[in-house]
Design a protein around this ligand. Structure first.
Ligand SMILES: [Zn+2]
Ligand SMILES: [Zn+2]
Length: 233
């Protein structure tokens, strides 16, 4: 299996990345990727950019003259139990890819485990979230069964985050639940610097080891990506 596009990367606009859009895209081309998504954090995280950054993102990404498809998107945070995200909905609906995940210094950080589950499931039901990022091994653990059930029902992908694989047992258990429940996954780097873009070797070895069904991997072909994101390419 091969991953053709890295669908989760951060530039310095996120407030804690070090590279520009152009640099990340350049690394993606050099690594042989066919596509990359620029998905900076939204305004809900400390240091995140204002809505106007995202309103300009289509023009900025589509203007780069390199042989690669650049998707413009966001990794936005949830701001209430109803599952609303911090960017206005009209901006989110304009994005090619919308990710959400649990991060420190956001609304979710101060919630109970049950409130977090409700918020994530409700966000998935809004119709514009395409993937739930780093579901295990990071800031806040969450009961994966109801979350993966909702992901499968709403056609939201669960991320296999290639730079957060240290808790192998948890990552494998998450992948096994996805396979069992028929939830799609997306393999992303979550790069915060150019060198991390497309660093998928360890994640792919893991998928291979556990015999994860290839048909559930969203970004293994251009066709699968266009179908999953409802975009042209
Ligand atoms: Zn994240
Ligand atoms: Zn991220």
């Amino acid at each position: 299996m091969k991953i053709v596009a890295d669908l989760h990367t951060h530039t310095l606009a996120s407030g804690h990345g070090i590279d520009t859009i152009r640099t990340l895209v350049d690394f993606a081309v050099r690594k042989g990727l066919k596509g990359i998504a620029i998905t900076d954090h939204g305004p809900g995280i400390a240091g995140g950019p204002d809505p106007i950054y995202f309103m300009s993102l289509e023009r900025m990404t589509q203007g780069i003259d390199l042989p690669i498809r650049i998707f413009y998107g966001v990794e936005d945070d949830i701001k209430n139990r109803r599952g609303n995200l911090t960017l206005p909905e009209y901006i989110l609906r304009d994005m090619e890819i919308v990710l959400t995940g649990l991060h420190p210094f956001t609304w979710i950080a101060n919630q109970t485990p049950n409130a977090r589950i409700d918020a994530v499931i409700n966000a998935m039901g809004k119709g514009f979230v395409q993937a739930f990022t780093h579901p295990v091994g990071t800031y806040y653990e969450i009961d994966l069964d109801p979350v993966i059930d909702a992901a499968a029902a709403h056609k939201v992908a669960i991320e296999l985050n290639a730079t957060k694989l240290s808790n192998r047992e948890l990552v494998i258990s998450c992948l096994e639940k996805c396979a069992k429940k028929g939830a799609a996954i997306v393999v992303n780097s979550d790069a915060h610097l150019g060198e991390e873009v497309g660093a998928f070797d360890e994640a792919l070895m893991l998928l291979n080891e556990i015999g994860f069904p290839e048909k559930l991997v969203v970004n293994q072909s251009r066709e699968a990506i266009t179908a999953f994101l409802s975009v042209t390419w």
